[in-house]
Design a protein around this ligand. Structure first.
Ligand SMILES: [Zn+2]
Ligand SMILES: [Zn+2]
Length: 596
C-alpha cells in the first residue's frame, strides 16, 4: 500500500509516482505469482490548502476538492497504475467520515478524548493550532510562518496512554531501522524518579530527574514560568511583579526557542522563598526560567550545574555554586538514553565511591524509604491536540449541555455532516467558521432533552488517514467501518511505503488508533502495518526542493506527453537508490526513453 495523496490544486508532483510505481511493480509481480493483491487508492482530502484556496477564491471547499480529485485521477490513470479503483475512498465523503466520527466517539467513551485549556502552538500564518509534530524548527511545517504559544481550549487525545506499547510493539514489525529509531526518540522514554522538594511556604515542589544520584550536587531549582505553584505562592514572593513580567515574555516564545541549547539563559529568582534539598537539607534558591516547560515531566527541575550544560550556563550567569558529584563525569545529564553513565560519586555522603549505575537505584531507594520520592518512568510524548478552529474537517460529534457537560450524539445520527455556510474564514481570534452556523449549533441534549450546543471545532487533517487502510478492505460497508471477515482476510497491511516526514505524525497516530481499535475488539491485529519502507524525495535539476518559486518544478503531464508513461516510470525506478533523495535529470529521462 502507498500513502494516499492529498489532492492539491497543483496536481500530481513527480515525487508521487516514485513510490506508486515501485509498489505497483511489487503488486503486479505478486499477482503474477498467484496472490490476491489489494493495491488501493484514495484521497486524503480534508485540510488547509483546499480551505485557504476556497477562502481566497470564494468557492466551496467541496467543489475545489472534487475538481482536484478529478485531475489527480486523470493523471494516475494516465500513468497506468494497477490500482483497484472500485475501492476508491475519500475522507471528505460523509459515508467515510461517519466512521472517523464513530471512532472518535469510541475514544471519547473510553476516556481517551478530553477538552482542556492549554498553551498550544499557534501558527500565525494559518491561524490554527498545531500539534508538536507539525512544528518543525520552530515554524509551521505547512506554511513556514512563526509559531507562538496561545492558550486555547482544545480537544486532546490520550496517545500518551499508549506510549509504552508504541515502543514495545516495534519489535514485532519490519520497519526500516531509522523509522523505528525516530519513533522511539520521539516517544522519548526515560527512567528516573520524582523527588519532593519542600518549600519555605510549606508547599511541595515535585521534580522529575533521570539522575537522582546527583541530588547532592543540586544547588538551585527551576520552575517553568507557567507552574501553578507560582500563583499559589504569590503572597510570599516579594518580587511578584518581576515574575509576572517574565511570564508574559515567556508566553510569546515558541517551545523550540525556549529549549534551544545554544540560547542565552534568562530567568528570575523568586525572592522571599527557598527550597530544601531533600538529601542534605541545604536551602536552595528557586528560579523561574523559560527553558523549563510545564508540559514536560513535572514542570520543575533540580539543577546540577556541574553535570548539565544548560544548568552550567545558567549557574555561571546567575553566579550560583557548582558542586561536582561525579568524578570524571561531565555533562552526564544529557539525554538519558545516550547512556553516558561513567564515573564514581564524590561529595555525596552515603553515595561516595559508588559508580553512577549503582548510585541511581541506591538514591531512589533511599528517597522512597524517607517518603521523599519515587521511581518514575517518563515520556517526552504529549497528548495529541485534536481540534482545529476550521471548516474543512470532520465535525466533532459532541454537544455541550450546561447540565450534562459534553455529551456524544447518538451513533444512529452519524454522520454529523458539515453545515452549508457562506464564508469559511476563521474569526480574528481563531474562532471556528462553524461558530457562525447558528441553526446548526443549537440543538437538544441527547441526555436530558434540554438546550445544547454543538462543538464548532473540527478534527485535524490527520484524523481521516488514521484508519483509512481499514476502509479499503470493505469500502462500501454501511454497518461497520469494515466487516470482521474482510478485516480477518486482508489485515494487517503487508507492506506500506510512505514519506519519512510522516514517521512521527501519521505513522505514529495510525498505530495509536489501531491499538485502540484492537483493544475494543474492532480489529484483529495489534499493529496496522507489517512492513514500512520510505522513499527519498525527487528534487529539481538544481538539487533543490521543487517549488514554483524556485522555478524547478517538473510537470508529469508534460513528461508523459513527450516521452510516454513507460519512459517516465522506468526513469523514476532507475533515478537512484529508492530511499535516497535525488535530483531530476532530463538527460536521464531521455536515456530511458531511448533504451525502451
Ligand atoms: Zn502555518
Ligand atoms: Zn443535558
Amino acid at each position: 500500500m502507498i500513502e494516499f495523496p492529498y489532492p492539491s490544486g497543483a496536481g500530481l508532483h513527480v515525487g508521487h509516482p516514485r513510490s506508486y510505481t515501485a509498489l505497483d511493480i511489487i503488486a503486479r509481480k505478486r499477482r503474477m505469482e498467484g496472490y490476491n493483491v489489494l493495491y488501493p487508492i484514495g484521497w486524503d482530502a480534508f485540510g488547509l490548502p483546499t480551505e485557504n484556496f476556497a477562502i481566497k477564491n470564494k468557492v466551496h471547499p467541496k467543489i475545489v476538492t472534487a475538481k482536484n480529485i478529478a485531475n489527480f485521477t486523470r493523471q494516475l490513470k494516465m500513468l497506468g497504475f494497477s490500482f483497484d479503483w472500485s475501492r476508491e475512498i475519500n475522507t471528505t465523503d460523509p459515508s467515510y467520515y461517519k466512521w472517523t466520527q464513530w471512532i472518535f466517539l469510541q475514544l471519547f467513551k473510553h476516556g481517551l478524548a478530553y477538552k482542556q485549556e492549554m498553551p498550544i502552538n499557534w501558527c500565525t500564518g494559518c491561524k490554527v493550532g498545531l500539534s508538536n509534530e507539525e512544528v518543525v524548527n520552530g515554524v509551521c511545517e505547512r506554511c513556514g510562518s512563526e509559531v507562538v504559544q496561545k492558550r486555547k481550549s482544545q480537544w486532546m487525545l490520550k496517545i500518551t496512554e499508549y506510549a509504552q506499547r508504541l515502543i514495545d510493539d516495534l519489535d514485532d514489525v519490519n520497519y526500516l531501522e531509522k523509522i523505528k529509531t525516530q519513533q522511539k526518540n520521539w516517544i522519548g522514554r526515560s527512567e528516573g524518579a520524582e523527588v519532593k522538594f519542600k518549600l519555605s511556604t510549606g508547599d511541595e515542589m515535585i521534580v522529575y530527574t533521570t539522575r537522582a544520584d546527583t541530588l547532592f550536587g543540586a544547588t538551585y531549582t527551576v520552575m517553568s514560568p507557567e507552574h501553578p505553584l507560582i500563583e499559589k505562592m504569590k503572597d510570599s514572593i516579594t518580587n511578584y511583579d518581576e515574575v509576572l513580567a517574565y511570564k508574559t515574555e515567556a508566553a510569546k516564545k515558541s517551545e523550540f526557542e525556549r529549549t534551544e541549547l545554544a540560547k542565552e539563559k534568562t530567568g528570575v529568582k523568586l525572592e522571599g522563598i527557598y527550597a530544601v534539598n531533600p538529601a542534605n537539607g541545604a536551602k536552595l534558591p528557586v528560579f523561574i526560567s523559560d527553558y523549563v516547560l510545564v508540559t514536560y515531566g513535572t514542570g520543575a527541575i533540580m539543577a546540577v550545574p556541574a553535570h548539565d550544560s544548560r544548568d552550567w550556563d545558567f549557574a555561571k550567569k546567575f553566579n550560583l555554586p557548582i558542586i561536582e558529584v561525579v568524578s570524571g563525569g561531565k555533562n552526564v545529564q544529557e539525554e538519558a538514553y545516550t547512556d553516558v553513565y561513567k564515573g564514581n560519586m564524590v561529595n555525596s555522603e552515603f553515595l561516595n565511591g559508588l559508580p553512577v549505575k549503582e548510585a541511581i537505584p541506591t538514591m531512589i531507594e533511599w528517597l522512597e524509604k524517607q517518603g521523599l520520592g519515587k521511581r518514575k518512568v517518563n515520556f517526552k510524548l504529549r497528548d495529541w491536540v485534536f481540534s482545529r478552529q476550521r471548516y474543512w474537517g470532520e465535525p466533532i460529534p459532541l454537544v455541550h449541555c450546561d447540565k450534562c457537560g459534553w455529551v456524544p450524539i447518538p451513533e444512529s445520527e452519524l454522520p454529523l455532516e458539515l453545515p452549508e455556510i457562506e464564508t469559511f474564514e476563521p474569526g480574528e481570534n481563531g474562532e471556528s467558521p462553524l461558530a457562525k452556523a447558528y441553526d446548526w449549533i443549537e440543538t437538544t441534549c441527547p441526555c436530558c432533552g434540554g438546550k445544547a450546543q454543538r462543538e464548532t471545532d473540527t478534527m485535524p487533517q490527520w484524523a481521516g488517514s488514521s484508519w483509512y487502510f481499514l476502509r479499503y478492505m470493505d469500502p462500501h460497508n454501511d454497518e461497520a467501518l469494515a466487516s470482521k471477515e474482510a478485516l480477518e482476510y486482508w489485515s494487517p497491511v503487508d507492506w506500506y511505503n510512505g514519506g519519512m516526514e510522516h514517521t512521527t505524525l501519521h505513522l505514529l497516530y495510525s498505530r495509536f488508533w489501531h491499538k485502540f481499535l484492537y483493544d475494543i475488539g474492532v480489529v484483529p491485529t495489534k499493529e496496522p502495518y507489517m512492513k514500512r519502507t520510505s522513499h527519498g524525495m525527487i528534487l529539481g535539476e538544481n538539487a533543490e526542493k521543487m517549488s514554483k518559486s524556485r522555478g524547478n518544478v517538473v510537470n508529469p503531464d508534460e513528461v508523459v506527453e513527450e516521452f510516454g508513461a513507460d519512459a517516465f516510470r522506468t526513469y523514476e525506478m532507475f533515478i537512484g537508490a529508492f530511499d535516497q533523495s535525488t535530483p531530476w535529470s532530463q538527460q536521464g529521462l531521455k536515456g530511458c526513453y531511448k533504451f525502451l
